[in-house]
Write a protein that binds this ligand. Structure first.
Ligand SMILES: *Cc1c(COP(=O)(O)O)cnc(C)c1O
Length: 402
């Protein structure tokens, strides 16, 4: 039977019925270790009791009222985000792409309000991913996402990853902002060195550009800090957040300083669903857990342990594993075989991982992952590597026989 779903995804032939913590149970009863987390979304794993309670309690009260009225849970979540970050103000959206749209519009509007409407261009980096709307595919600049969708939205200039000279050369009097992921996620878990982030901050201060961090994937504890920018010692002017902040409930946020947000006057931007009571209840519940004393230390400890075990995996399977990357619980394995084949072999071993660019598979376990879960992951990764080595050997033998 063919699917009535638009064929934009090549879906694996497995459907999950329920989940608990780091585990998912498929319709056939098989248990899978979920180290993909729905692409860094299920920050607290599946069916976390505190999240389930927050959502069901809110569901009994009110689901949606629109932003024409006060939403106290949203006020509370915004205040907690502001108190925990560089930001003064928060705009809630439904997704990462929409959080980035808000960030892009805000940066442009800031300069317009300063009397420089010609200053609207934004610098981005090769390998970046910022979402799938028309503006965010232009920001991401990847040909495979732009092709066939008409003229690219004007105003995005892309420079090579880590090329300081190229970036300085790309700045013009029309440049409004720099948009960057502190660690490229879809691009293949490629961290930007802290000293480069500090350099970007200096450059923005020198030239009056705004610095925008896309923390849709790196945020909400993923790297062992609430937000990855904290590792660098500097702060952006604007930051987009999504994925983990809803723990599986669709939501996003655009955070900003008062100065950067100064162009966003009443009526300048909006959303029907963004910040709705269900999302806000869950967002607050996620923060209850992530901000609890010791939680981020747990993430760092599990990240270090997992990374160490992955380094051992590389030593055991040098024909399969090329490199281990990333930080905290945002890790990547660059493979010698096609990453999609590796991800399939891992899935055959009943574990879920996510392919990314640069022939990497991402490991994005829930932040509540335990040492025992990491042990289970290593067994499955070893089994997948062994299966691939077996195949490589069979191919080599066939080659020798011919
Ligand atoms: C996933 C992602 C996005 C897009 O988020 P959506 O919710 O899919 O719109 C944007 N930026 C980064 C860094 C991401 O990882």
């Amino acid at each position: 039977m063919t699917s009535p779903l638009l064929g934009t995804y090549a879906r694996a032939d497995v459907a999950f019925e329920r989940g608990e913590g780091a585990w998912l149970v498929a319709q056939d009863g098989q248990r899978y270790l979920d180290f993909g987390g729905g692409i860094a979304v299920n920050a607290l794993g599946h069916a976390h009791p505190h999240l389930v309670e927050a959502l069901t309690e809110q569901a009994k009260k009110v689901w949606h009222v629109s932003n024409l009225y006060q939403i106290p849970e949203g006020e509370r979540l915004a205040r907690r985000l502001v108190e925990s970050t560089f930001a003064d103000l928060v705009f809630f959206s439904n997704s990462g792409a929409e959080a980035n749209e808000a960030a892009i519009k805000m940066a442009r509007r800031y300069h317009a309000a300063q009397g420089q409407p010609e200053r609207f261009r934004i610098l981005t980096f090769e390998g970046a991913f910022h979402g799938r709307t028309l503006a965010t595919i232009a920001a991401g600049g990847q040909k495979k996402y732009l092709e066939g969708f008409g003229p690219k939205v004007e105003g995005f200039d892309q420079v090579p990853f880590g090329d300081h000279e190229a970036m300085r050369a790309a700045i013009t009097p029309e440049t409004a902002a720099i948009l960057i992921e502190p660690i490229q996620g879809e691009g293949g878990i490629r961290p930007v060195p802290n000293q480069c982030l500090r350099g970007l901050r200096d450059l923005c201060d020198e030239t009056g550009m705004l610095l925008i961090f896309d923390e849709v994937q790196t945020g909400v504890g993923r790297t062992g800090k609430l937000f990855a920018y904290e590792w660098s010692g500097i702060a952006p002017d604007i930051m987009s957040v999504a994925k983990g902040i809803g723990g599986g409930f669709p939501m996003g946020a655009c955070l900003a300083t008062e100065r950067a947000a100064s162009g966003m006057t009443p009526g300048s931007h909006g959303t029907t669903f963004g910040g709705n009571p269900l999302a806000m209840a869950v967002g607050n519940a996620v923060l209850d857990v992530v901000l609890a004393p010791g939680f981020l230390d747990h993430v760092s400890q599990m990240g270090l342990l997992f990374r160490q075990r992955l380094a051992e995996l590389k030593d055991r399977h040098p024909a399969v594993v090329a490199e281990i990357r990333g930080s905290g619980l945002m890790l990547g394995i660059k493979t010698h075989v096609p990453n999609t084949a590796f991800a399939a072999a891992v899935r055959d071993a009943r574990m879920l991982v996510i392919p990314a660019g640069d022939n990497v598979v991402r490991l994005l376990p829930p932040l509540i992952v335990t040492q025992a879960d990491v042990g289970e992951a290593m067994q499955r990764l070893d089994a997948a590597c062994a299966a691939i080595e077996g195949e490589l050997k069979a191919i080599a033998q066939r080659g020798a026989a011919e």
